[in-house]
Design a protein around this ligand. Structure first.
Ligand SMILES: [Zn+2]
Length: 139
């Protein structure tokens, strides 16, 4: 378990997570792996709606805050409120802010402050489930 000191509402054993997630989702969510850039189908997602955690279904990003950061990963100015927790990591020597699902602890990406707006680019490194917006027409 990556975040052994934290308690989450949704918990599974490692074997259960392997069974629930695709290999790619498992690698990212549970092992803090990173998708190769420009491979996420979400880069081309233009419809409006809400993304959700692939691990537990918690809705986490609105397409209203999505933008093309040029990094090859889907990026967002901000998240839905209260859905992520953060920690500092030093995997690339320079400190980065890692963020993970507040409900299941699944790793979703890192916070970067080089976005085109004062708020931050948040490239999630996993393909979350997509849910259509409730009662909203698709564009
Ligand atoms: Zn989750």
């Amino acid at each position: 378990m990556v975040f052994a000191s934290e308690k989450f509402e949704i918990t599974h054993t490692d074997a259960e997570w392997r069974a629930l997630l695709t290999a790619d989702q498992y690698n990212v969510l549970r092992k803090e792996g990173t998708e190769r850039p420009f491979t996420s189908p979400l880069n081309k997602e233009k419809r409006s709606g809400v993304f959700a955690c692939a691990g537990c279904g918690l809705e986490n990003f609105s397409t209203k805050t999505k933008f093309d950061s040029g990094t090859g990963w889907p990026s967002f100015f901000t998240t839905l409120p209260g859905v992520f927790q953060t920690k500092r990591d030093f995997l690339l020597v320079l400190p980065r802010t890692e963020y993970h699902c507040a409900r299941c602890g699944g790793h979703h990406g890192h916070v970067f402050d080089d976005g085109p707006r004062p708020t931050r680019a948040l490239p999630p490194t996993v393909a979350p489930l997509r849910r259509p917006p409730r009662g909203a027409a698709t564009e």
